[in-house]
Design a protein around this ligand. Structure first.
Ligand code: KG4
Ligand code: ZN
Length: 350
C-alpha cells in the first residue's frame, strides 16, 4: 500500500490530496481563488502566486488531516510541474521541494495535462488502465488553458492529434461571458444562462470543420479554433444592440444557448471523427469544460456502443490534486522520481 500526497498550483486553485495506490482518493482539498480574480475578469498570474503562498500550507495540512494520515506515512510527494502559469507553478513546486527535503520523501514532477486525463480514472476504475481492451484511448482535454486531442496506445505511447490554434474552448466561454457582462468564470455561468434557450436560434461559426466551398486542410482535421466564435458574438451583439449598446435581455438566453452549442458541436464532432478514424476503444473527456452538462449529454448520445465513454467525474474535471497524486503513484511504483532541481514549464513539451 502506498500513499501519495498530490499538490497542484498551476492556475487559480490551490489543491492538495492524499491518494492510495493510484486510485483511492482519501482526501481532495481545493482552495479556489475565483472570487479574488473575478473582479479582474480573469486570472492574474502574480495574484495567483501570492494566493498560493498563503493557501498551500493550510490546504496540505487539511488534506493530511482529512485523510487521517501524518506526513510520516506519506511515501512520495507528487506536484504539478507544468503546463500552467509560471509564477503560480513555482510556488507549488518550491513548496513541494521543501516538504520533500524536510521530510526525506521522494519528489515526483507531474504533467498537469496528463493528470487531467488520469482524473477520469480515479475512485472506481482500478485495473482499467492496465487492461489492453481500453486502447487505443482517445482523450479530449478541454479547459480554460487547453483544447487538445491526445491518442494513447497500449504501450503508453501518446501523441497529440490536434489542439487549438488560438483560444481554448473554456477561454471562448470565459471571454464570451465577459463580453456579455455575465461574470467570471464564464463556463458555468453560460451553461446556466443557456438553460431553456434555443441552441439553433442563431448560427455561430464552427471553425476548422470544413463545409461548403471551404475545404479543410488535412493538418487541421483535428485542430480547433475558437477565437472566431468570440468575434462573431461581438458582431452579433453590435447587430442587435439597443440604444444602450447592449444586447436586449430577451435575446440573451438564445444567444448564449447558440454560442454554447457551437462550442459543444465542434468539440464532439472532431472527437468522434478522430475516434472513428483511429479505432479508439475508449474516449476520455476531461478538464474544466467537461463539467458542462450539454457537452456530457452530447457525448453520451453520440458515442458508438462499442466505444467506452469515460467522462471525468465533475469534481475531478476542474483543477484538483487527486489527479496529480493518482498519476504520481504510477511513477512511484517504478521509483521514477524527480531530482530536486526540476523546473516548472509553461507549455506542453513538443
Ligand atoms: O481545468 P480548469 O479548472 O482549469 C484549467 O486548467 O484551465 O478549467 C477551467 C475552465 C474555465 O474556462 C471554465 O469556464 C470552464 O473550465 N468550466 C466550464 C464549466 N465549468 C467550468 N465550462 C463549461 N461549462 C461548465 N459547467
Ligand atoms: Zn487544468
Amino acid at each position: 500500500m502506498s500513499l501519495i500526497l498530490g499538490i497542484e498550483s498551476s492556475c487559480d486553485e490551490t489543491a492538495a490530496a492524499v491518494v492510495r495506490d493510484g486510485y483511492q482518493v482519501l482526501s481532495s482539498c481545493v482552495a479556489s481563488q475565483i472570487a479574488k480574480h473575478a473582479v479582474h475578469g480573469g486570472v492574474v498570474p502574480e495574484l495567483a502566486a501570492r494566493e498560493h503562498l498563503v493557501a498551500l500550507n493550510p490546504v496540505v495540512e487539511g488534506a493530511l488531516r482529512e485523510a487521517g494520515v501524518t506526513m510520516k506515512e506519506i511515501d512520495a510527494i507528487a506536484v504539478t510541474q507544468g503546463p500552467g502559469l509560471i509564477p503560480a507553478l513555482l510556488v507549488g513546486l518550491s513548496f513541494a521541494k521543501g516538504l520533500a527535503m524536510g521530510n526525506g520523501k521522494p519528489l515526483i514532477g507531474v504533467n498537469h495535462f496528463i493528470a487531467h486525463i488520469y482524473g477520469a480514472f480515479l475512485d472506481e476504475a482500478h485495473g482499467v488502465l492496465e487492461n489492453p481492451a481500453t486502447y487505443p484511448l482517445l482523450a479530449l482535454v478541454v479547459s480554460g488553458g487547453h483544447t487538445s486531442l491526445m491518442l494513447i496506445e497500449r504501450d503508453g505511447k501518446a501523441r497529440q492529434l490536434g489542439c487549438t490554434i488560438d483560444d481554448a474552448a473554456g477561454e471562448a466561454l470565459d471571454k464570451g461571458a465577459k463580453l456579455l457582462g455575465l461574470g467570471y468564470p464564464g463556463g458555468p455561468i453560460m451553461q446556466k444562462t443557456a438553460e431553456g434557450g434555443d441552441p439553433h436560434k442563431y448560427e455561430f461559426p464552427r471553425p476548422l470543420t470544413g463545409g461548403a466551398g471551404k475545404p479543410l486542410a488535412p493538418e487541421n482535421l483535428y485542430n480547433f479554433s475558437f477565437s472566431g466564435i468570440k468575434t462573431a458574438l461581438l458582431y452579433h451583439v453590435k447587430h442587435h444592440a439597443g440604444a444602450d449598446g447592449k444586447l436586449p435581455a430577451e435575446l440573451l438566453q438564445d444567444t448564449v444557448a447558440s454560442y454554447q452549442e457551437a462550442v459543444v458541436d465542434v468539440l464532439t464532432r472532431k472527437t468522434l471523427l478522430a475516434a472513428k478514424n483511429f479505432g479508439a476503444k475508449t474516449i476520455v473527456v476531461a478538464g474544466g469544460v467537461a463539467c458542462n452538462s450539454v457537452l456530457r449529454e452530447r457525448f453520451e448520445a453520440l458515442t458508438p456502443k462499442h466505444v467506452q465513454l469515460r467522462l471525468a467525474a465533475r469534481k475531478y474535471c476542474t483543477d484538483n490534486a487527486a489527479m496529480v497524486g493518482g498519476l504520481g503513484w504510477h511513477y512511484h511504483r517504478k521509483q521514477a522520481y524527480s531530482p530536486l532541481n526540476i523546473d516548472s514549464f509553461a507549455r506542453l513539451p513538443q
